[in-house]
Design a binder for this molecule. Structure first.
Ligand code: ATP
Ligand code: MG
Length: 630
């Protein structure tokens, strides 16, 4: 596609941090559609005020259609990035549409969490390219009319078989199925029965509306699929208005059609539903007059209806991650079984879990770009996601010091009661981030693991008689050890060299280690959640059939840390994160984010717990190192 034919929208694609969507087989399809003029051009009257689409530019409309029956996970992120990214790259439109056709499992809480997560990821559904928040349930009336239309055309019938009988008659792919005895029911009788189903005259499961397609098709989806079932159930949006609800396959194409979606992107499992997607729309369009070439959606009159828009379904490979479960059912089990503290537990592969853990939307988008879009199912190493967040935070997160397992150090030649503030570099990757003052005094904490009384050969950190550097401060030398009655080390005695202020010796003397530290009298107490992968095996459940057997017993450990005082309140030069979550690199320890709390906050939430950090990622991929060692 030439650049000239691409709508010149200003918005940047969410799926990529440069302007162009990464090329993949779907952009290939879209480019060809644009070249052939398949979907027509944007008309001014189709663009809402402030809309980012340009009149006369080729039309591209995508959507993200979650079912509000759980929180979104990282697999959904791939779909959001793809669909919004395409709309952005082609100056098109992106809809957030709730596929809320099943009343039983859907809750308003999920709707709110999904909106929040899509927005956070950058799927700007109510921005210039957004078509807004839409609900499939708002189309129930239209769908019902389409059903009546099919009955009148002899393409659908009310069937009195039970669900088990329907399944029995449907049979197996190798053998033709059997016709329902109700298949030959007259259109008038079916119309009447459908109206009475809708009016609530019949109990759940007693009747269905089915399409009359082909009971011998090798594709079972085409063996007279059910369009409507009776469900006396309140719906989060339509309340008690309906007691018949459309099936996914029946509903989905019409949802896309009504919204003028051009490219309806779904995962590969739906490939053998595509004939049905097309059959339903073709069946409605049979006998209707042609669409105007420049219109995508059209409401015809009852006497001379025009054809409805026929989007193209395109399938791509879903995201699978090792060490991770992504099916909503399993995620629900993890929450309800108390294996995690909630949907937003920072160990969960949900978008809200990643957010709480300190992941950035940029990192997730970069990851989605990195894994790309294909038609081949594969399992992606979760290490790539972890690396994406390391890369992003390495560039952007300010450095701070915190000590997870404190060991007291007394600098014997540093005056009692004195303190000084030493400048420490905020981000070596970003000189413009400047420095911050870090207090230094006679009593400090260092990491317990950074001292050994009797060090082995390759241990270069602090030991009796040895000199090391304290980051941004001084060289210190260990001169003594204080132990309790049980022989545990409780304190170290050290001296410092005032000439090494800032961390270098004027005489060129070298040390082999640099330690992080905090001033004991200035440091703040903090609770730190050391988070690790939730599962210990690449394919949870593979060994025993139960993925819960592979839960990592040490996916969460809690440290009582001491952290530098600048972490108490946002420093003036701290970067502003649009989601308000403060993220840092703790020198030598990893990336950490202040826990934003939430319903699932441990220990009664933040106010009671004080400062709480979640470890977003270690500095390096420790799992890869373990694997290499094994
Ligand atoms: P799950 O199978 O995890 O329960 P779902 O497919 O039932 O998820 P929906 O709410 O129906 O969840 O999905 C909304 C959209 O997200 C669909 O278009 C679906 O294809 C897409 N999607 C779901 N899981 C993945 C995944 N792992 N990778 C890519 N896209 C996904
Ligand atoms: Mg689904």
């Amino acid at each position: 596609m030439s650049d000239a034919s691409r709508a010149d929208g200003d918005a940047r694609p969410v799926g990529s941090d440069n302007r162009q969507a990464p090329k993949n087989f779907i952009t290939g399809i879209i480019d060809a559609d644009i070249a052939s003029g398949k979907w027509g051009l944007w008309r001014a009257d189709e663009i809402k005020p402030g809309g980012g689409q340009k009149p006369g530019a080729p039309k591209v409309c995508t959507r993200f259609p979650p079912e509000p029956n759980g929180y979104l996970h990282i697999g959904h992120a791939k779909s959001i990035c793809l669909n919004y990214g395409l709309a952005a790259a082609y100056g098109g439109r992106f809809n957030l549409r709730f596929d809320d056709t099943n009343p039983a499992k859907e809750e308003a809480e999920y709707v709110e969490s999904i909106k929040r997560d899509v927005k956070w990821l950058g799927g700007d559904y109510d921005g210039p390219l957004g078509g807004g928040v839409l609900f499939a349930s708002n189309y129930f009336g239209r769908m019902y009319e389409f059903a009546q239309d099919l009955i009148r055309k002899g393409k659908a019938y009310v069937c009195d078989l039970s669900a088990e009988q329907v399944a029995q008659c449907r049979g197996i792919p190798q053998k033709p199925g059997r016709d329902s005895p109700y298949r030959t029911r007259s259109a008038d009788e079916s119309l009447d029965l459908l109206a009475r189903m809708k009016a609530g005259e019949f109990p759940n499961g007693s009747r269905t509306l089915r399409a009359k397609i082909d009971m011998t098709s090798p594709n079972l989806n085409l063996r007279d699929p059910v369009l409507y079932r009776i469900l006396h159930e309140e719906h989060h949006n339509t309340g008690g208005e309906w007691c018949i609800y459309p099936m996914y396959d029946w509903a989905h194409g019409f949802e896309d059609s009504i919204e003028g979606i051009t490219h309806s992107i779904c995962t590969l499992e739906f490939e053998n539903h595509r004939p049905l997607y097309d059959w339903f729309i073709d069946a409605v369009n049979e006998g209707r007059s042609a669409l105007r070439a420049d219109a995508s959606t059209h409401v015809g009159s009852a006497s001379r209806p025009t054809r409805i828009h026929h989007p193209q379904q395109i399938e791509f490979a879903r995201l699978n991650l090792n060490y991770t479960v992504l099916s909503k059912r399993k995620l629900i089990d993890l929450v309800q079984g108390g294996h995690v503290t909630g949907w937003d537990d920072p160990r969960m592969p949900t978008i809200s879990g990643y957010r709480r853990r300190g992941y950035t939307p940029e990192a997730i988008r970069a990851f989605c770009d990195d894994v790309g879009v294909t038609r081949v199912n594969s399992v992606i190493d979760v290490g790539r996601l972890e690396n994406a967040v390391r890369d992003d935070l390495n560039r952007r997160a300010p450095r701070r010091m915190g000590v997870l397992n404190p060991l007291k150090v007394v600098i014997e030649n540093y005056p009692q009661g004195q303190a000084e503030h030493l400048p420490a570099v905020n981000n070596p990757e970003d000189p413009s981030a400047g420095t911050r003052p870090v207090p230094f005094s006679r009593e400090l904490y260092i990491e317990r693991e950074d001292f050994m009384e009797d060090p082995p050969k390759k241990y270069f950190r602090l030991a009796p008689g040895r000199e090391v550097r304290l980051r941004s401060a001084y060289f210190i030398t260990c001169t003594g050890i204080v132990k309790d009655a049980d022989g545990n080390i409780t304190e170290l005695r050290c001296t410092y060299d005032p000439a090494t202020r800032g961390g270098d010796s004027p005489d060129g003397r070298k040390v082999k280690a640099t330690l992080h530290w905090v001033s004991a009298g200035h440091a703040l107490d903090a609770k730190v959640h050391l988070l690790d992968r939730l599962f210990t095996t690449e394919e949870p459940g593979k060994r025993t059939g139960n993925y819960l057997d592979d839960l990592n017993p040490s996916s969460l450990s809690v440290a009582r840390a001491r952290v530098e005082p600048s972490l108490g309140a946002p420093a003036p030069d701290e970067p502003e994160w649009p989601d308000g979550i403060r993220r840092f690199q703790f020198e030598r320890l990893g990336y950490f984010a202040i826990d934003p709390g939430g319903p699932a906050a441990t220990s009664g939430g933040r106010s009671e717990a004080g400062l709480v950090f979640n470890r977003t990622a270690t500095l390096r991929d420790t799992w890869a190192r373990e694997a290499a060692r094994a």
